[in-house]
Design a protein around this ligand. Structure first.
Ligand code: SF4
Length: 197
């Protein structure tokens, strides 16, 4: 829950409940052992939103980042630990930042080196592949055929959150989020209600 009860092992064990944006970021982090600033911020605040406490967040990020050959423990402490404490309101203005809403993820303008943003937008907007990459990604969630086409069409028509809600329904036995998808951590909590009630 949001009271800080998520563990590092729990993050790995609940991937099935991550929305597409966070699956993408998590995958990039595990593969590259690094995320650019926008990605760190989006994923850090989301993990806070799904209940990862600060002390666990520091361990989680340090473990991943220091797998990168150019990131020593000292470099991590110097360059990255502050950002995590900041996300939890322990540095700077000490604001307890809320996780990004979908609108913020959608409004982000990630470059080629970035993994953040909303994939329903980044994989369709300005991409001239008839939704091939999004189809492929939906295929990895075992969504195929007509459902995948309908989702890609929504995304192509810039209805990103609706496309995300359709994706949720497709992988939760047709159960929809009644209120719609508004934040990535809300998507997660709705999924846990169904998959681990
Ligand atoms: Fe993430 Fe929201 Fe986009 Fe879904 S609609 S992928 S939760 S940003």
């Amino acid at each position: 829950g949001e009271d800080g009860t998520m563990s590092i092992a729990g993050i790995e064990a609940t991937q099935e409940s991550f929305p597409l944006c966070m699956r993408q970021l998590y995958k990039a982090l595990k593969k590259d052992h690094h995320l650019t600033h926008g990605g760190r911020r989006q994923l850090q605040l989301y993990l806070k939103g799904i209940g990862l406490p600060l002390d666990q967040a520091l361990v989680f990020w340090k473990t991943e980042f220091t797998k990168h050959p150019k990131c020593s423990a000292e470099k991590f402490e110097k360059d990255y630990a502050y950002g995590i404490r900041h996300a939890y309101g322990k540095e700077g203005k000490r604001v307890n930042y809320t996780p990004h809403a979908c609108g913020q993820c959608i409004a982000a303008d990630p470059g080629v080196k970035d993994a953040h943003g909303c994939p329903f937008k980044t994989l369709t907007s300005g991409v001239k592949d008839n939704g091939a990459r999004l189809h492929e990604l939906l295929g990895t969630l075992k969504i195929s055929g007509a459902k995948s086409h309908a989702i890609v069409e929504k995304a192509t028509n810039m209805h990103y959150q609706i496309a995300c809600g359709m994706t949720f329904a497709a992988i939760h036995d047709g159960v929809e989020i009644e209120a719609g998808v508004h934040t990535p951590h809300q998507y997660f909590h709705e999924s846990r209600k169904i998959l681990a009630p």
